[in-house]
Design a protein around this ligand. Structure first.
Ligand code: ATP
Ligand code: MG
Length: 459
């Protein structure tokens, strides 16, 4: 009754009162309660039973409204982080810039945030206006105002099955429009990462960017340079793992967001030769993500930067360096150049280097070498990478076929393949420069000129 009354009043108003939400019942929002996780319900219920307000919020509500099962659930409440922590057995307060509580149930993690208040006028900022820290709590309508886009600023209460919408998010979701809340320039200045988020959501949801939301981006893009590299990296990773990486990159380009900002994207988007490789890599990443399969960031970045490595590898070899040291020098150059701005984590950089360093080893197909390579802990990633190289036309498809059969083959099949490779190897070897020098012991069984050559090239 009361809700209907409020809606009626709101309906006749010309302008929406931003402190009063539009409240939608199940018939109006059409959310399927089965898409909710039991843990999300558990958290909101526990908080509500303790006398607090609690809602599912943000991306999860957006996904529920789109009929998509959310990949994670964020909860918003008027309980303080300390109050939240007390209510759950495994709960941890984390974060500095924004304090939040991680509530764990087994492997499942839910983020619980306390409603943020306006107060960002007083929050500490950097010299460009970027908000550095902000833990002012406030009423729910202020929390809604602080969120980025109208479609990300809705609250769902599982107990009453109602959606609270403060900024016309429902209408925008139906019209497939991405609209920033508040004054776009001011919102990008507070947090330039929002510009990357616009691009990601537009590509992922296939929504149109509302003109006023889009207009300032090309001009304000350089502000991203002031954001800590680790945060930009996180956002780039989300973008590349969104299942719509190719669309995101195209959108970044058309929004004027790549040039000179992220060296990675300059490399990826402005080198015609590597484009086929990158397109294939991103296509397969997108397909994997959409099929619910895991994607390794190391593989992804190794692919994006491969042609840069290849170019430098060739240059070092042309300058007289032996193939393997040349490859490592090339990898060093590329990784050093990227880590400055992109903050590639060490674990990811190690994976990238492993994948790259494995590549020449795929050319050794005689003796014990292929069997040794099979035992490499990252063989699968290296092999997938090899297939991409073949598919892009960089390598002869025959190499890929050989390895595919070898990988799948039984003992006899593998032996046959290795013997066949031995017969063809000497001819291939003539093309490659031979390197004189001490050979590692233990490779004495290598036979023929190709084997000698490749033995020297071994790691
Ligand atoms: P995803 O599907 O990628 O998780 P999401 O919308 O849930 O999308 P999160 O990064 O998980 O994105 O953020 C959760 C919510 O927090 C958002 O929906 C939005 O309301 C708010 N939010 C996140 N980042 C920002 C930001 N930079 N500025 C303002 N609000 C933000
Ligand atoms: Mg989320």
């Amino acid at each position: 009754m009361i809700k209907k009354f409020i809606r009626k009043i709101l309906g006749v108003k010309d302008e929406r009162d931003p402190t009063e939400p539009v409240i939608l019942g199940p018939d109006e929002h059409g959310i399927d309660p089965k898409l909710l996780s039991s843990n999300a319900i558990r958290v909101t219920q526990t908080l509500q039973e303790a006398g607090f307000k609690a809602f599912v919020v943000g991306g999860a509500v957006r996904d529920l409204l789109l009929g998509v099962k959310p990949k994670d659930f964020d909860i918003a409440t008027d309980a303080t982080p300390e109050e939240v922590k007390k209510l759950f057995r495994r709960a941890f307060i984390i974060g500095r810039r924004f304090q939040i509580v991680h509530v764990m149930f087994g492997q499942d993690l839910l983020e619980v945030t306390t409603f943020r208040g306006r107060g960002s006028d007083n929050a500490p900022k950097d010299e460009h206006g970027r908000v550095l820290r902000d833990n002012n709590f406030g009423p729910q309508h202020e929390d809604a105002e602080r969120r980025d886009f109208t479609i990300n600023a809705m609250y769902y209460d599982p107990a009453t099955q109602t959606v609270l919408d403060y900024h016309g998010g429902i209408e925008d979701i139906r019209a497939k429009i991405l609209r920033i809340i508040g004054q776009p320039e001011a919102r990008y200045r507070e947090d330039p990462v929002r510009m990357l988020r616009v691009v990601r959501f537009a590509a992922k949801l296939q929504f149109t960017i509302e003109p006023a939301t889009r207009a300032p981006i090309p001009v304000m893009a350089p502000l991203i340079n002031n954001v800590p590299a680790a945060r930009v990296f996180d956002e780039m990773l989300k973008l590349l793992m969104s299942g719509h990486a190719l669309a995101c990159l195209k959108e970044l380009r058309s929004s004027g967001l790549h040039h000179g900002l992220l060296p990675l994207l300059d490399v990826v988007l402005e080198q015609p030769i590597g484009m086929k490789f990158v397109t294939l890599a991103l296509d397969s990443t997108d397909a994997r993500v959409r099929a619910g399969k895991g994607v390794s960031p190391g593989f992804l970045f190794a692919s994006l930067l491969w042609h840069q490595v290849l170019e430098k590898w060739n240059a070092y070899r042309a300058a007289g360096e032996a193939p393997i040291p040349a490859l490592h020098l090339a990898a060093d150059d590329v990784l050093d150049n990227q880590t400055d701005k992109l903050a590639l984590q060490r674990r990811i950089a190690t994976d990238m280097r492993d994948i790259w360093a494995m590549q020449p080893r795929f050319e050794r197909r005689n003796g014990k070498a292929p069997y040794k390579l099979l035992e490499h802990p990252r063989f699968r990633a290296g092999f997938d990478f090899l297939l991409l190289r073949c598919e892009s036309g960089e390598l002869d498809a025959e190499v890929g076929h050989w390895w595919t059969t070898f990988y799948a083959g039984d003992v006899a099949e593998r032996e046959r393949l290795v013997n066949a490779a031995r017969e063809t190897a000497p001819a291939a070897a003539k093309k490659r420069p031979r390197r004189r020098g001490p050979r590692k012991t233990g490779e004495g069984e290598a036979m023929g000129s190709a084997a000698a050559d490749q033995g020297a090239a071994g790691e």
